[in-house]
Design a protein. Structure first.
Length: 124
């Protein structure tokens, strides 16, 4: 894997991470919604579409896709997908600091396995 492709994968991971952060922050502001009727769903969608962070998430998604197409054009899929798992690691760390989610030892061990897997794929 070339340095250019690796940097593009990192850029993709950053965009995808911001996408998830923006969606989560938006979801946290929603609270509970009673979705018992079609009208309730339309109100719910309208509420979501009024949230600026949702639109930033959509932009991050679009940027992520554009970068990902470039990555896929330059590297084998069997390498790209495992390396794409870096997002799990980044989200795990950011969730701890931004959302104050707990770091249970089982999550830490799972994340270490992901890091090991990525390392094996990159250097194979």
């Amino acid at each position: 894997m070339t340095l250019k492709i690796f940097l593009l994968i990192i850029l993709h991971e950053i965009c995808a991470t911001f996408e998830q952060i923006f969606f989560k922050k938006s979801a946290n502001k929603l609270g509970d919604h009673s979705l018992k009727s079609v009208k309730d769903y339309f109100i719910f969608i309208k509420t979501i579409l009024k949230m600026p962070l949702v639109w930033l998430a959509f932009l991050a998604t679009a940027a992520s896709w554009l970068v990902w197409f470039t990555v896929l054009a330059g590297v084998e899929l069997s390498i790209a997908i495992p390396v794409d798992s870096m997002q799990y690691i980044i989200i795990f760390i950011i969730s701890y600091f931004v959302f104050k989610e707990r770091m249970h030892w089982t999550r830490i061990v799972g994340t270490l396995f992901i890091i090991l897997g990525i390392t094996i794929v990159v250097f194979s």
